[in-house]
Design a protein around this ligand. Structure first.
Ligand SMILES: NCCCNCCCCCS
Ligand SMILES: [Zn+2]
Length: 548
């Protein structure tokens, strides 16, 4: 016993010194990648993907976003002594430099560029880059929040330069504000940056005024920077879906990007020590699905944060399985957005009404008394400053009440395993007369399991689509949670094919992908009667269905 006392007494000061000189990050750890990759292998998802080799980003790639002096400074870190490294680190916020981080940061950025190459050349439809260190906090001449090079910002500039991409949508669903991305593109109308983030009225890291909803972009970029601040923790699936349906998707359709990049941080999932939110991992299946209908499906997801080693791999698998085209699981207990989320939503829409026609016409009020449905009742908008004052008063009041509640629950965070998602053997089939050859890519199935998809001619205005489908149909459909989605289209419906394609795509996020289109064929007969062909695809447990 005496011996151990001496050993500890002797070694403790040395360990403390080392720890002081060389602090190690407790949450941004290598296991984040290994558990995610292992989960993809265990679930069989890795085998269904093609793996793309990584490469180091070149100086030219990095200089698309960062300054020469910053790059030159980071280049020196592998050769620095411990003291110099510690000195170098102290000039930035919340970063941990290691002699090998420059190499890793080049690989992280290079991996994102390899993914952009694979998608833009059509080698793959979409994909995900599992990288560390993350990137969305790093700025032109500064590292920040575990980030050294801004992987996604470099990817966006690279796509514009190498492939002539005109419009890039960056969706940052990480729970922190990617200020580095915002600063990079705030005056650039060719890149629309959308971020939601834990904010708590500027009390949460990185505690920036410019992370609030009224930072809409500058000069030509005004309107192309959308910040959705979460002023409370505990945000749930309904809050996330509401923001997608009532802000991101309408604007994204109006922006009509050629490429979608996702700052795929999963610290916005339940169980994360940084986010303290309550959205379940399967929500990322829906968020991914809703984005896959944009830009012709060209979507590159790049890992940012995510620090709970149980929810992170679950969220990664949910995202990848949706990228592979599997139907999303039934959304877990949607009960409508909370008041704080509604008020943030209202502030963001007010701040952006002048820039986006889809927000101009949809007037909604997010009343405290709303029955908290995903749907919002239309009415005149109060001015946002009144709302902001109301928010502050309501929040302070509520905070006092909730503090005890949160402390009690924090350590009890548990959630069910995401539901199994079976990939249907046949995704789509055409019913053909027996004597007609099956077009290539299709497969003859016996007609008792047919899901019929036929698109007819016609045209209409897209903003009506945005309002009707994104602001009404989608939230209603998610909340109703039917077992079947039935789309009826008559020849005089006036909707053009591309709108129908979007509609069919979006609605496959509901009813676990069971979608049926009712084809009405006008067939002249003696009395001019019309014959309708309806093929119902029956399967077990058809308890509720939805007709549009
Ligand atoms: N004491 C402040 C904690 C700062 N945490 C930085 C988090 C960076 C997340 C990157 S996704
Ligand atoms: Zn984060």
């Amino acid at each position: 016993n005496n011996f151990y006392h001496n050993v500890f007494a002797f070694s403790a000061p040395i360990l403390l010194c080392l720890y002081y000189f060389f602090p190690v990050c407790k949450i941004e750890v290598p296991e984040r990648l290994t558990v995610s990759h292992e989960a993809l292998i265990k679930t069989g998802l890795a085998d269904r993907c093609i793996s793309v080799p990584v490469r180091e980003a070149t100086d030219a790639d990095i200089l698309l976003v960062h300054s020469e002096e910053y790059l030159e400074a980071v280049k020196k870190t592998p050769y620095m002594t411990l003291e110099d490294l510690q000195e170098f680190t102290l000039q930035y916020g919340d970063v941990y430099f290691h002699p090998n981080i420059y190499h890793c940061a080049k690989l992280a950025a290079g991996a994102a560029l390899q993914l952009v190459d694979s998608v833009m050349t059509g080698k793959v439809r979409n994909g995900m880059a599992l990288v560390r260190p993350p990137g969305h906090h790093s700025m032109r001449s500064a590292a920040s929040g575990f980030c050294v090079f801004n992987n996604v910002a470099i990817a966006a500039q690279y796509a514009k330069q190498q492939y002539g991409v005109k419009r890039v949508l960056i969706v940052d669903w990480d729970v922190h504000h990617g200020q580095g991305v915002q600063y990079c593109f705030e005056d650039d109308p060719s890149v629309l940056y959308f971020s939601w983030h834990r904010y708590e009225h500027q009390k949460f890291w990185p505690q920036l005024k410019e992370s609030d909803y009224n930072s809409v972009g500058k000069e030509k970029g005004a309107g192309f920077n959308i910040n959705v601040p979460w002023n409370k923790v505990g945000m749930k699936n309904s809050d996330y879906l509401s923001v997608f349906c009532h802000i991101l998707l309408p604007v994204a359709y109006e922006f009509s990007p050629d490429l979608v990049l996702v700052c795929a941080g999963f610290d916005s999932a339940i169980g994360d020590p940084e986010g303290e939110m309550c959205a379940s991992p399967d929500i990322f299946a829906h968020l991914t699905h809703l984005l896959m209908n944009l830009a012709g499906g060209k979507l590159c997801a790049v890992l940012e944060g995510g620090y709970n080693l149980t929810s992170l791999p679950q969220s990664v698998c949910q995202t990848v399985q949706t990228l592979l085209g599997d139907p999303a699981p039934r959304p877990a207990n949607l009960d409508g957005p909370c008041e704080s989320a509604l008020e943030s939503l209202h502030c963001v829409r007010s701040a952006h009404r002048q820039y986006w026609s889809c927000l101009k016409h949809m007037t909604f009020i997010f009343t405290a008394s709303s029955n908290n449905s995903l749907l919002l009742s239309p009415a005149e908008l109060p001015t946002s400053d009144v709302t902001t004052k109301r928010i502050k008063l309501a929040e302070e009041e509520e905070d006092k009440l909730k503090k005890v509640e949160e402390e009690k629950n924090a350590e009890e965070e548990v959630w069910p395993e995401p539901p199994k998602r079976v990939a249907p053997a046949v995704r789509t089939a055409l019913v053909l007369p027996n004597d007609v050859a099956c077009p290539d890519g299709c497969k003859h199935v016996n007609t008792s399991q047919v899901c019929l998809l036929v698109l007819l001619q016609g045209c209409s205005d897209v903003s009506g689509f945005a309002q009707a489908v994104l602001g009404l149909l989608l939230p209603l459909g998610y909340e109703y949670d039917p077992s079947l989605v039935l789309l009826a289209r008559t020849p005089d419906s006036g909707l053009c094919d591309s709108v129908w394609q979007q509609l069919t795509g979006l609605l496959q996020g509901i009813a676990q992908g069971h979608t049926l289109v009712l084809m009405q064929v006008r067939r002249r007969r003696r009395g001019g009667s019309i014959s309708v062909y309806l093929l119902l695809h029956f399967w077990g447990g058809l308890d509720r269905w939805q007709v549009f």
